[in-house]
Design a protein around this ligand. Structure first.
Ligand code: TYM
Length: 332
C-alpha cells in the first residue's frame, strides 16, 4: 500500500471550511486505500507562541475534530507530532542541508512574518517548512494530501529528499503532493480573492467547523457576492459566487453545471440559504462528535497514544538509516 501523510496545525479553537474541504475530508477515504498517517502538528503551532494552556486545549480539540471527521485509530495512525521525538531531530539535519536563500523564498513565511516588525518573527517561523519536510520524509511518504497553499513546502521537501539521497545515499522516498483541484483553495467569504485562513483579519469570512448553526447561517447569508444576479462559476468576474458554488458542489456532490442549471432565474438569497444548510448539515454532526470526544480526555489521549506508537515505529526506523547515512556513530 502506498503511504500518505498529512498534518494540521492546532492554531485556533476550530478547523475551518478550507481545512475541512481542502484537506481533512480527503484524508478519510485515503484510509481505505493507503497506509495513512495524520498528525496534529503542535511543534509547528509554537511558531506563533500560544500559551501552554492554549496549546494543550487546541491540540486536544484538533485531535478530537480529526476523529470526529471520520479518521479511525484502527485504520490510520492519528497522532500528535511532539509525541514522536524524531521530528525535531530530522528537522535539525535538514536545516543543515537548506540554504538561507532557499528558505527565504517560502511565500508563507513572507506572508506570516509580515505581521511582525522587521526581524521580529521567530527563527522557528523561518525554519517551519524544514520541520514540515522532516514530518513528511520520516514516514517515507508517497503522497501528501493538502490544499494548494502547501505546494511550495512540498516542493522544498522533494528538493531536500533528493539532495540528501544524492549526498548520503538513497534514504528517503521523494513525495508527491495530492491536491484536489476543485477544493484546493476555498476563499474568504468577505474577501473572495483571498484564501480562507485562520489568520484572516475578520472572523466574518471564515466558517468554523465547531461553530453554532445560527452563526454559520448568518455568515453565509452575508457573504460578499458579486454584481449581477446570475449564479454561474466565473473566477474572474464572480469570485464570491464561484466560491459558494464550489462549496455547495463539494458538500452535496452535485457538479457545478448542474447547480448553475438549478438556480437559473433564482436570486442569491435562495442559493445562499442552500449553501448555509449544506454547511450546517455537514458541520453539526462533527461538532457533536467532537464535544463527546472532548468530554472524555483519558479516552482521547489513549487513542492518540495508539497512533503515536505506530508512528514512532516507522519514524525510528527511518532515523536509524538517516543517522547512519550521515555518519553519526551508533549508540551501542
Ligand atoms: P494548516 O494547519 O494551515 O492547514 C491544514 C490543511 O488545510 C489546507 N487549507 C486549505 N485548503 C483549501 N482552502 C483553504 N482555504 C485552506 N486553508 C488551509 C492546507 O493546505 C493544509 O493541507 N504546514 C501545514 C501543516 C503541516 C503539514 C505537515 C502538512 C505540517 N507538517 C506535513 C502536510 C504534511 C499547515 O500549515 O497546514
Amino acid at each position: 500500500r502506498p503511504r500518505v501523510l498529512s498534518g494540521i496545525q492546532p492554531t485556533s479553537d476550530s478547523f475551518h471550511l478550507g481545512n475541512y474541504l481542502g484537506a481533512v475530508r480527503q484524508w478519510v477515504p485515503l484510509q481505505e486505500t493507503h497506509d495513512a498517517f495524520y498528525m496534529v502538528v503542535d511543534l509547528h503551532a509554537i511558531t506563533i507562541a500560544p500559551t501552554a494552556a492554549e496549546l494543550r486545549a487546541r491540540t486536544r480539540t484538533a485531535a478530537a475534530q480529526l476523529f470526529a471527521c471520520g479518521l479511525d485509530p484502527e485504520r490510520s495512525s492519528v497522532f500528535v507530532q511532539s509525541h514522536v521525538r524524531e521530528h525535531a531531530e530530522l528537522a535539525w539535519m535538514l536545516n543543515c542541508l537548506t540554504g538561507m536563500g532557499e528558505a527565504g523564498r517560502m511565500t508563507q513565511f513572507k506572508d506570516k512574518s509580515a505581521k511582525y516588525g522587521e526581524g521580529s518573527a521567530s527563527v522557528g517561523l523561518f525554519t517551519y517548512p524544514i520541520l514540515q519536510a522532516a514530518d513528511i520524509l520520516l514516514y517515507q511518504t508517497d503522497q501528501v494530501p493538502v490544499g494548494a497553499d502547501q505546494k511550495q513546502h512540498i516542493e522544498l521537501t522533494r528538493d531536500l529528499a533528493q539532495r540528501f539521497n544524492a549526498r548520503y545515499g538513497p534514504t528517503f522516498t521523494v513525495p508527491n503532493p495530492h491536491i484536489v483541484k476543485a477544493v484546493e483553495k476555498i476563499t474568504d467569504l468577505q474577501d473572495p480573492t483571498a484564501k480562507m485562513s485562520k489568520s484572516s483579519s475578520s472572523p466574518q469570512g471564515i466558517l468554523d467547523v465547531l461553530e453554532e448553526p445560527g452563526a454559520l447561517r448568518k455568515k453565509v447569508m452575508r457573504a460578499v457576492t458579486d454584481t449581477g444576479t446570475d449564479i454561474v462559476a466565473d473566477d474572474e468576474n464572480k469570485p464570491g459566487v464561484t466560491n459558494l458554488l464550489r462549496i455547495l458542489s463539494a458538500l452535496t456532490g452535485t457538479p457545478i453545471p448542474d447547480l448553475e442549471a438549478r438556480y437559473v432565474g433564482q436570486g442569491y438569497g435562495t442559493f445562499k440559504k442552500d449553501v448555509a444548510e449544506a454547511v450546517i448539515e455537514t458541520f453539526s454532526p462533527i461538532r457533536e462528535r467532537t464535544e463527546k470526544l472532548l468530554a472524555n480526555e483519558a479516552e482521547l489521549d489513549r487513542m492518540l497514544a495508539i497512533g503515536a506508537a505506530k508512528a514512532r515505529a516507522v519514524a525510528q526506523e527511518t532515523m536509524e538509516k538517516a543517522r547512519d547515512a550521515m555518519g553519526f556513530l551508533p549508540t551501542h
